[in-house]
Design a protein around this ligand. Structure first.
Ligand code: RB5
Length: 141
């Protein structure tokens, strides 16, 4: 399965760890950043979000708090980017929100937690039903 991934400088180390840890499970397409040199997170979030929309695949965004990436990605109609700091939330953003982008706060979660979050996100299906109606209402405003 192909997964788009991007970070800013604050998320760079975690992005690299995730790619290494899940190399045998996912085919990552990395949109940067490619070092810990300071960059602007919106550039990476916009690029990844557009690719998720164009190909109907999933993405992972990482910055210091996760909030800048989530705020930016969610400007794109059709993107549902959810900020996760534990695996239960990772499951719920798939089950209830049909999230197509997973966002993680590199400066606030241990690496092992990030591994659990990513694994859970990709192992969990959208539940549909009443959640389908709610997800459809996200883009009405
Ligand atoms: C970078 O210092 C930091 O602002 C960024 O990674 C992120 O937390 C923004 O939301």
């Amino acid at each position: 399965m192909k997964v788009f991934i991007a970070s800013d400088h604050a998320g760079f180390d975690l992005k690299e760890s995730l790619k290494k840890r899940f190399a045998d499970k996912f085919e990552f397409e990395d949109f940067g950043a490619f070092s810990t040199q300071s960059v602007d997170y919106p550039e990476f979030a916009h690029k990844l979000a557009q690719n998720v929309l164009d190909t109907n695949q999933y993405g992972v965004l990482i910055c210091g708090t996760g909030n800048g990436m989530a705020m930016t990605a969610n400007k794109h109609a059709g993107i549902r980017a959810g900020l996760c700091w534990n695996k239960d939330i990772a499951a719920l953003i798939r089950q209830h929100n049909d999230a197509n982008i997973l966002v993680m706060p590199a400066r606030f979660i241990p690496e092992e937690t990030a591994f659990e979050i990513l694994e859970t996100f990709f192992a969990t299906e959208f539940e549909g039903g009443r959640h389908q109606r709610r997800v459809e209402k996200i883009n009405l405003v």
